[in-house]
Design a binder for this molecule. Structure first.
Ligand code: 5AD
Ligand code: SF4
Length: 495
């Protein structure tokens, strides 16, 4: 794919790097060239040290970042690094998040530990990428106070990791390569999946919504949808490789495909994914209430594969605040939508995100939020204290809420969310449900932990060889937020 005109490459080395690869290659081919070149450097260093080189990828933030980390891991593996979890590796990369300030603070804290590792292992390379690196202030701080970092890149050019590693072998000093935006989508790079049986699949990148509190549109750029044929081909390959569950990823999946030529809707894409043999479960994240269509509800209701779970961020129950947040729906519209979904798909689980302490939030606004939680009866809610993000419209709004008030509201909200979630949680007790076995239970290794279609966790007796299979499990008991179950039949070949 050609680099588009609006790609602003802010690096002093981009031209030089380009010249080391043969001309006329596609971006994916160029990167494969750099993978080979980097592999040469890594092999040489490994020979000199008399041991294999190791690499660790640490992920902060959301599912989108988790998927990006699988791409980074795939490239590192091809280059010849042995991947490990521990951060005492020869190459450590932090894939950062900046959605709230505490995510940034965690990165600074962890960098301190890495510095100690680097002093012990001078060959060590440290790279930072992801959302936080798209913020000029954060990069400036790292340049000034964390000068032991070797490579910094952003969200738009993660596919360039091999190229940047080559460069860091060829020059001294910190290498910084941040793009402000891109229209480029580079397909077909290596990926190292975390789970053999389930996988995220990016269907779109970026966000056009500009909710007034949110930094994502600034760090992830404008919305770009992948072509349906590329998505379907990726899922077919995953299915052939044994994947049973896919999670379609986008900041706002409900606006998928609007800008494609010809346009495609998210519902249409789902109908195609449903046809892929071998895929047994389809999930997706995240849905914006303003764009959730009746067609999507119909596709979900008709589907045997789309999971009974919808993550539908509310953010606030106050119509006044929703307007200030630029969410483009009000309390009544959200309630009507949730009721419509529950009616069409009675066994659905609805989860949400809620922010407390948005600038100007009054007690009355907050009571509206509590009211929506009571009415919708969310199966789960992720609750956040508003965090001021420099550069967003909300950061300069008057009447920022004192920490004490925000914390007090947060506690009240959490209590209500837990009460309602507990009420909903036990509803399937006594029924037999399909469970995808995902892991050995961390507390008791005679048990496996799996998930229901509605995303609830189930623990049941089983052995590690059953992981990745779908089983019929009788749900015997609900303990707060998870079930204890027992297998009633063998592995499901077909539903
Ligand atoms: N402060 C607090 N929470 C935020 N979120 C996004 N931006 C902020 C912010 N500035 C929350 C929203 C979003 C979730 C991923 O993070 O609830 O849905
Ligand atoms: Fe994900 Fe947003 Fe955090 Fe980036 S800033 S990692 S898109 S949650």
């Amino acid at each position: 794919m050609e680099r588009a005109m609006n790609d602003k490459v802010n690096t002093m080395f981009a031209e030089e790097i380009g010249q080391t690869a043969p001309a006329g290659l596609s971006e994916a081919e160029r990167q494969r060239f750099f993978v080979k070149k980097a592999a040469g450097y890594v092999a040489e260093e490994s020979r000199a040290l008399g041991r294999p080189l190791t690499a660790a990828v640490t992920t902060f933030g959301c599912q989108m970042n988790a998927r990006d980390s699988e791409k980074l891991s795939g490239i590192l593996r091809e280059i010849g690094y042995r991947l490990q979890e521990e951060e005492d590796a020869d190459f450590v990369i932090f894939n950062t998040c900046t959605v709230r300030d505490n995510a940034n603070q965690r990165v600074y804290g962890r960098l301190g530990y890495l510095h100690a590792n680097k002093k012990k292992n001078p060959h060590m390379k440290i790279a930072l990428c992801g959302c936080m690196m798209q913020e000029p202030g954060a990069v400036e701080k790292i340049r000034n106070s964390y000068d032991f970092v070797d490579i910094i890149f952003g969200t738009h050019n993660i596919f360039k990791l091999a190229e940047l590693i080559v460069r860091s072998y060829e020059q001294k000093g910190m290498l910084i390569d941040i793009w402000e935006d891109t229209s480029q989508i580079v397909e077909d790079l290596p990926i190292q999946r975390k789970y053999p049986f389930k996988s995220g699949v990016n269907i779109m990148f970026g966000c056009n919504n500009f909710c007034s509190y949110c930094i994502v549109p600034y760090v992830r750029g404008r919305e770009r949808s992948r072509q349906p044929k590329d998505i379907l081909q990726e899922i077919e390959r995953l299915a052939a490789d044994g994947v049973k569950e896919v999670m379609l990823l986008g900041q706002n999946v409900n606006s998928y495909g609007r800008n494609l030529e010809p346009p495609v809707s998210f519902g249409e894409l789902l109908r195609e994914v449903e046809k892929i043999e071998g895929i047994r479960r389809i999930r997706f994240m995240t849905s914006h209430p303003k764009d959730l269509s009746d067609d999507l509800i119909r596709v979900m209701a008709d589907s045997k594969k789309i999971c009974r779970h919808l993550h539908l961020p509310l953010q606030s129950g106050s119509s006044r605040l929703l307007k200030l947040m630029n969410r483009r729906y009000d309390k009544e519209q959200y309630l009507a939508l949730a009721a419509k979904i529950r009616k069409a798909i009675p066994d659905i689980s609805i989860t949400t995100d809620i922010i407390v302490g948005f600038p100007g939030e009054t007690e009355e606004d907050f009571l509206d939020t509590l009211d929506v939680v009571k009415q919708v009866q969310f199966e789960n809610a992720f609750t956040f204290i508003y965090s001021k993000r420099t550069g967003t419209p909300a950061a300069s709004m008057d009447d920022q809420i004192p920490d004490k008030v925000a914390h007090e509201r947060f506690d009240r909200l959490l209590k209500l969310v837990q009460e309602t979630a507990r009420k909903r949680a036990g509803l399937l007790t006594g029924t037999v449900q399909t469970v995808l076995a995902e892991s050995v239970n961390t507390q008791d290794d005679s048990l496996l932990t799996g998930r229901l279609s509605n995303n609830s966790l189930v623990h049941f007796p089983g052995t590690p060889d059953m992981i990745g299979g779908l089983y019929q499990i009788a749900l015997l008991e609900c303990k707060g937020f998870y079930y204890i179950g027992k297998q009633v039949k063998g592995e499901l070949e077909d539903e």
